[in-house]
Write a new protein. Structure first.
Length: 104
């Protein structure tokens, strides 16, 4: 019980450090804190060092699929092109076309 409680306290302290780093604008520190948190959860809570080989295979497979899903999710923002549409979507154009002549 002491191991779980100490891991939980360390994760909460890392969360506080991560929030302070994000307020300060230190972007690389946020990733470091997140990585340490993930390692702490894997080794502290899940006891991956004592797990059987099949559990390690599934943990590595889960990380593999997570990386694929994150990569596919980021493709949208990486490949999106911005087309200028004016100041707002409802703005009028500078040179509006006159309506076509209609027969009476």
């Amino acid at each position: 019980m002491v191991r779980v409680l100490s891991c939980w306290v360390v994760v909460l302290l890392l969360l506080a450090v991560e929030l302070l780093l994000s307020a300060a604008g230190v972007n690389w520190g946020i990733g470091v804190c997140a990585g340490v948190m993930a390692l702490l959860v894997a080794y502290g809570f899940m006891r991956m060092t004592r797990a059987p080989a099949l559990a390690l295979i599934f943990a590595i497979g889960g990380l593999f699929w997570l990386s694929i899903l994150l990569a596919l999710g980021s493709l949208d923002s990486f490949t999106r092109t911005n087309f200028p549409v004016g100041d707002t979507l409802s703005s009028t154009t500078q040179n509006p076309r006159p309506p076509p002549d209609t027969a009476p």
